[in-house]
Design a protein around this ligand. Structure first.
Ligand code: 13P
Length: 246
């Protein structure tokens, strides 16, 4: 099933989350032929989990730590996010990589922990503008994926990948759908090479300035298995439109 995911980033209080989800459920109904995922900030996960409990809409965290518990001030573990209802977690988002200095090694440890503890990670990859201009897009994406999957090559069916070109995130300038499709195809071929026994369950999502107007342009391509939406997902009406864009 194709996956449309909202990454709220550092937005929305508990009260705003309640308000959003009440509206969103009314507008959206209960779609059964597509998976809908919302990733609120940690503080709103509990209330989101309660509101969405008996609906098909899933919740995910935007980050996690790889250890189960211990002296890691400010971190949140996988058992903690699972307890409040998360079945997904975003791992290696470009803001984590570039603002908080998250390394490929840390991202790999997080993925390993997610697979061990039974939460489905969405691994984010994507090139910066200077990589693209230097013709390095494929190399950068390949390196990120190979390092992230180190030691868990046989388990690719248990995760999804989001291709989010850094220059398209929050800029209002999305990738051209044809260009995104080329990278998606590359990622799918690479995943097949890394795990020849895979059942092809890894979805490749596109993210970066998706809105209700351009969403159908991405979703009409079979290589695009879904979307990871930032800014436009903060408005329940806009996000519902995106969910229903195909
Ligand atoms: P925008 O949709 O705001 O460009 O953000 C994309 C993103 O980073 C989703 O993870």
């Amino acid at each position: 099933m194709r996956l449309i995911a909202a990454n709220w980033k550092m937005n929305k209080t508990v009260a705003e989350t309640e308000d959003y989800l009440t509206k969103f459920l009314k507008i959206l109904g209960t779609p059964e032929d597509r998976e809908v995922l919302i990733c609120p900030p940690f503080t709103a996960l509990y209330v989101a989990g309660r509101i969405l409990k008996d609906t098909p809409i899933k919740i995910g965290a935007q980050n996690c730590h790889y250890e189960e518990k211990g002296a890691f001030t400010g971190e949140i573990s996988i058992p903690m996010i699972k307890e409040v209802g998360c079945s997904y977690v975003i791992v290696g988002h470009s803001e984590r990589r570039h603002i908080f200095g998250e390394s490929d090694e840390v991202i790999n440890r997080k993925l390993v922990a997610c697979l061990e503890r039974g939460v489905r990670p969405i691994l984010c990859v994507g090139e910066r503008i200077e990589d693209r201009e230097a013709g390095m897009t494929f190399k950068v994406v390949e390196t990120q994926i190979r390092l992230a999957l180190s030691g868990i090559e046989g388990l690719t069916d248990l995760l999804d990948v989001a291709y989010e070109p850094v220059w398209a995130i929050g800029t209002g300038v999305p990738a051209k759908p044809e260009d995104a499709v080329t990278v998606h195809r590359f990622i799918k071929d690479l995943l097949k090479e890394i795990n020849p026994k895979s059942e092809g369950r890894t979805r490749v999502l596109y993210g970066g300035s998706v809105n209700p107007e351009n969403a159908p342009e991405f979703m009409k391509h079979k290589e695009v298995d879904g979307l990871l939406v930032g800014g436009a997902s903060l408005d329940p009406e806009a996000f519902a439109k995106i969910v229903n864009s195909f």
